[in-house]
Design a protein around this ligand. Structure first.
Ligand code: ADP
Length: 275
């Protein structure tokens, strides 16, 4: 860390910043301006490049920290960003900002490069078919990881394929244009600046079904109903969205099963359902 700061000609102001699950984070200064520095030991350059890229894309529609530098110094990957002083705001503005993100469209599902959800790879190979993208590049990638970690049983496998069949039967012809997604939309990944403007961080962007961000918004605590109501006012969800929420929460629950283990097994099984 000392060597990295010297390399960047910065000084530490306060260490470390709590709240980050994955990286070390520091408030640093060049003597006149503060910065937010994220460091991840033994990580490749691609990791923070993907984060910087996601922030760049989101910056066209919402407030995100500007990124100034990223790279690897003595095995430490780092990302130097604008320090944004946290303030108070109204969650309705987060809902409206999310609707703005989702208003960004593209022809295909996926993204021009793979990226990460936390430390897990997100395969973004472009596809014209939503369900093959979602099952193949999202759920089944996590299922493979669950298998490697001995968190996948024969029963889960059977139920998964039966659920997949049901989804395809029911929503094979679901038609919508791919939306830009934040991709990791839980309450820890937004905050307000001192003007009350929402700030979005830690993106895992790609173009997909906007109900994924909604499903995650509803999965973990921290967001208010007013956020959702404001979203609905600006960009109402399509009919049947409630029934698809569990299908999309399954992705984040599989990620949590892989991260934290069986404590998420019950929630996974409830969605996979019985025969
Ligand atoms: P991690 O990638 O490890 O999850 P985060 O990016 O979530 O780390 O950062 C940890 C905490 O630091 C966040 O919860 C947020 O409150 C704060 N934070 C993130 N980015 C900034 C920033 N640019 N300026 C000020 N505070 C920030």
């Amino acid at each position: 860390m000392e060597s990295l700061l010297k390399h960047l000609q910065l000084e530490n102001r306060q260490l470390p910043i709590g709240g980050g699950d994955i990286n070390q984070a520091y408030r640093v200064t060049d003597g006149s301006k503060d910065y937010f520095l994220k460091v991840h030991p033994n990580m490749s350059e691609a990791f923070f490049q993907a984060e910087a890229d996601g922030l760049q894309v989101l910056s066209e529609v919402v407030r995100v920290p500007k990124t100034f530098a990223s790279g690897v110094h003595e095995n430490d990957a780092y990302l130097l960003m604008e320090w944004i002083e946290p303030g108070q705001g109204d969650q309705r503005d987060i809902g409206k900002a999310l609707a703005k993100i989702h208003g960004q469209k593209q022809e295909n599902f996926g993204y021009r490069q793979d990226n990460y959800l936390g430390l897990f790879p997100q395969i973004n190979t472009k596809s014209e078919d939503w369900w093959s993208f979602y099952f193949g590049n999202r759920l089944e990638v996590q299922i493979e990881i669950a298998k490697q970690r001995n968190r996948w049983t024969r029963q889960r496998e059977e139920r998964y394929y039966s659920l997949k069949e049901q989804v395809l039967l029911r929503w094979k012809d679901l038609s919508f244009k791919p939306s830009l997604l934040h991709g990791d939309f839980w309450s820890g990944n937004t905050f307000f600046d001192t003007n009350g403007e929402p700030v979005f961080i830690d993106p895992a962007i790609y173009y997909g079904h906007r109900e994924l961000d909604i499903a995650m918004e509803q999965l973990f605590g921290g967001f208010r109903q007013t956020l959702f109501d404001a979203y609905q006012e600006v960009y109402p969800l399509d009919e049947g969205w409630q029934e698809r929420v569990p299908i999309y929460q399954l992705y984040y629950l599989l990620v949590h099963l892989n991260l934290f283990g069986e404590s998420y097994g019950g929630a996974v099984d409830r969605i996979l359902g019985g025969k």
